[in-house]
Design a binder for this molecule. Sequence first.
Ligand SMILES: N[C@@H](CCC(=O)N[C@@H](CS)C(=O)NCC(=O)O)C(=O)O
Length: 217
Amino acid sequence: MSLSLYGYWRSSASYRVRIALNLKGLDFEYIPVHLLKEGGQQRKDNYKLLNPSMLVPSLVDINTGLTLTQSLAIIEYLDEQYPTNIQLIPKNIEDRARIRSLSQDLACDVQPLANLRVLQTLKLKFSAQDDDTKAWAKDWITRGLSAFEVQAQTCSGNYAYKDSVSMLDACLVPQIYSAVRFGVNMDEFPITKSIYERCIALPAFADAAPEKQIDAE
Ligand SMILES: N[C@@H](CCC(=O)N[C@@H](CS)C(=O)NCC(=O)O)C(=O)O
């Protein structure tokens, strides 16, 4: 097996990459990094060598000797390095740009605000309580999904971008998993919810689900 994915079952960025690997039908070894145990295994020296940002996921490709962090860069790399009949980023320039832009809306402008280290810092340095950090995460995710719902009116088809599964679905599904965890009512976003339901019915998404991973608790 030439691909190793360091991840955590409930990490949405790891979940994105698992979906992409499954959609492309690529075999990979999954190496759990527990984000809470031992003060967070992502902060241990051996993992920091792989990923100095102390975040998951990291992908190691033994074929090419490449170690990559950043889920979107990993997904694009897999798509380009391992062409299969499933293309996560289409060839058409406008479609590629749109998919990247919408994916970044979720992965760059929404998910980071509800990331573990942000919530931990709100508690440690700004005296936030559990309820405050949950409300914080719910608020930012709600804003992000409200914007996505508007975009989906024109960009979605059967899936998040038109009628083929793409990198955008790999970003959207984990974001919704996290939304539900923080108490967002998905009925407020009917188009987004229907895309989510269509995606999770596909084996590639179902097998990537947090609860299906070897480190799930
Ligand atoms: N932009 C990064 C985000 C990675 C990220 O935020 N990972 C989270 C889990 S989803 C993490 O490792 N959190 C650990 C921490 O906050 O200490 C990517 O897309 O790969």
